[in-house]
Design a protein around this ligand. Structure first.
Ligand code: CA
Length: 503
């Protein structure tokens, strides 16, 4: 059928997602949507640009990522990659919007470290519309992160329509899908990832203006002075009386100390990352922290942040084992039973089919993960169970004394079917003469006969008790193998004779 009966010549319409139909000379031709050639860009923060697709998913352009870090004896990397250290111990704005648009801001609180005279990151607070999300570390033998939403402690699997909080076992992760924001917090470190499309040139604070230009990252508000420490101090929160930290040039020079641990960044361990993310800022921070604390372990945070930066750029580095135990192998997470690998995807995110799905794909976070083929029992649990990829109602073998069925219920986070498990009830009631005996290695025991059973009319007797009735009949219990047999014995009386009778 000639399409010109229906449409004018040259008429185009959308055929499918990325295909266009054209009616030309009576014939319909289908062609792909023409996309402009994406301009390659180089990002000031050395992170690889990301592809950002149009709403229909047909075309993309490249965009830089706004990623700001803080760690250790506070070291900062601004959104555009400017590195500075700052020893102020007040509360400061890391991110504020240039003018109110999304209701988003982030505050950090620094204070004296418990073990040294340096300053430590103590907590961060994220404000988003009506939400105040406060994250701090709680050290009580094991280090855990405490997260409060609007002053109420929440579990590490919190989700509502606007925010989502989860953990990898090491790092707490806050996601705000609507503005594509991802904030992580772990022991004395944080990272803030924002999309350039929404926040480009729209941020201010200690993380600087994210505009792919390092030149304006440290401009002191209201002046044209460019001095990172001074700028950082100016962002202290107004309700906090705050002295500027001492001029770093007046601080005593740091002692010489063995900083070999920092050299791991330069070594083949991080080889795959060297061409993607430079180590210099992290290395400088590492040497500073090790020397000022005189502890090699203080370099761990800088290594961790370099690894995080690498992972953000798509390179996964399994570095902890190279530190000779100094930076641990997640030994501080003793509550999570499953195996810890530093370089696997977080299944909790991967299987989610919701707003969060796209946000963490290809983003690897160090943490504790369930071994492959298993998943967390629930988003609120630390227990890994076999993935319920079977059909609903199917019995899934697990433990001998438990019956697990693939249920209709779904995990609100992973959207996987959940296993419904209940203990198997053992019937311990035994017939007379039998005793319930537990069998090692098996869930339920068995009734084992221990006595003879005599069934007389109207009554059942366990042997040992003289059965009533005929006094001339006795029963004996004879055991042959595992069987108990009742043997009936009848007392035979000698016939009475006159001689005996007269006695
Ligand atoms: Ca900038």
């Amino acid at each position: 059928l000639a399409c010109s009966y229906l449409w004018s010549d040259g008429k185009t319409w959308k055929k499918s997602a990325c295909r266009i139909a054209t009616c030309k000379d009576g014939k319909v031709t289908i062609s792909a949507v023409l996309c402009p050639t994406p301009e390659p860009i180089v990002c000031a923060n050395n992170l690889p640009p990301v592809k950002v697709y149009t709403e229909d998913g047909c075309c993309f352009h490249y965009e830089c990522q706004c990623l700001c870090y803080g760690w250790g004896d506070p070291h900062y990397l601004t959104f555009d990659g400017t590195y500075y250290s700052f020893q102020g111990s007040c509360s400061y704005w890391l991110v504020k919007e240039v003018f109110p648009r999304y209701g988003f801001s982030v505050m950090v609180s620094n204070g004296k470290c418990t073990e040294s005279y340096s300053t430590c990151i103590q907590s961060i607070t994220v404000f988003y519309n009506q939400y105040k999300i406060y994250m701090r570390q709680h050290a009580n033998n094991i280090f855990t992160n405490v997260v409060l939403v609007n002053d109420k402690t929440v579990s590490h699997a919190f989700q509502n329509a606007e925010i989502r909080i989860t953990t990898t076992g090491i790092t707490s992760v806050l996601l705000i899908p609507k503005i594509k924001a991802k904030i992580t917090f772990s022991a004395r470190t944080y990272s803030i990832l924002l999309p350039f499309s929404l926040f480009g040139s729209h941020t201010q604070g200690q993380c600087g203006k994210c505009n792919n230009n390092r030149g304006d990252d440290c401009i002191v508000p209201g002046t044209r002075t460019e001095h990172c420490q001074q700028m950082a101090h100016e962002w202290h929160t107004k309700d906090d009386y705050c002295h500027p930290p001492p001029d770093p040039s007046l601080l005593p020079t740091l002692p010489h100390w063995d900083t070999t641990i920092c050299d791991i960044m330069k070594s083949s361990v991080f080889e795959d990352c060297h061409g993607v993310v430079g180590f210099q800022s992290f290395y400088t921070a590492c040497v500073h922290d090790v020397r000022s604390s005189r502890k090699a372990s203080e370099g761990c945070l800088s290594l961790q942040m370099y690894a995080l930066s690498c992972s953000q750029a798509g390179v996964c580095v399994d570095w902890r084992s190279s530190t000779g135990g100094i930076c641990g192998t997640h030994s501080f997470i003793t509550t999570v039973k499953n195996s810890c690998n530093s370089c696997v995807f977080n299944h909790k995110f991967i299987y989610s089919r919701n707003d969060f799905t796209g946000m963490l794909l290809n983003r690897r976070l160090e943490g504790c993960y369930c071994p492959s083929g298993t998943t967390l029992l629930s988003a609120y649990s630390n227990e890994c169970v076999p993935t319920c990829v079977r059909s609903v109602g199917e019995v899934v073998p697990r433990f001998p004394c438990e019956k697990c069925v693939c249920s209709m219920r779904k995990d609100p986070v992973t959207f996987l079917h959940l296993l419904d498990c209940e203990p198997i009830h053992c019937d311990t009631n035994c017939a007379p003469g039998y005793v319930y005996q537990v069998r090692p290695g098996e869930c339920c025991g068995k009734c084992v006969q221990t006595h003879c059973v005599v069934n007389l009319p109207f009554i059942t007797h366990i042997l040992g008790v003289e059965p009533p009735g005929d006094p001339c009949v006795t029963y004996r219990c004879v055991r042959t193998g595992s069987q108990f047999l009742t043997v009936e014995a009848r007392t035979k009386c000698r016939p009475l004779t006159p001689a005996t009778a007269s006695r």
